[in-house]
Write a protein that binds this ligand. Sequence first.
Ligand code: ZN
Length: 166
Amino acid sequence: MSYTLTEFLAHAVAMEQEAADRYLELADMMEAHRNDAVAELFRQMNRFSIMHRDSILEHAKPHALPRLNAWEYRWRSPPEVGGEEGFDYLLEPYNALRYARQNEVRAMKYYRSVAAEAQDEELRRMAGEFAAEEREHAQSLDEWIARTPRPSMTWDEDPESHEPID
Ligand code: ZN
């Protein structure tokens, strides 16, 4: 599927806004459970997402952006997460980090596919840059995951949560 520049910008804004919202939620959850280090990481990711959203909005100024469907940009929960249980599940820093990582990888793949199929030079360049940025986010989450204790309950059944980033 090939996107126009405005469709792409609308997606990118929505994805960054979604990431900002989810990271803020995750940060509050970690903080409530006294995991200040992971809370701080999520706050930082929240700030990056807001900065990125604002710079995309700057680019998007001359364009009227199309409206999107929520499923096109909302973060996906791990498969066994639903309702109250899901909330408990994500209180584990390890699971919260994996959840964030999965959605960063999803964003990276979206940007890569746009870059690969772009007809327009500016679109290809921007999508390529954004993909590289998401890859860095996934990588820093990987570093945190590597030094975070693994809880007994994880979503290892889901192949997407282990997806390599290269
Ligand atoms: Zn990101």
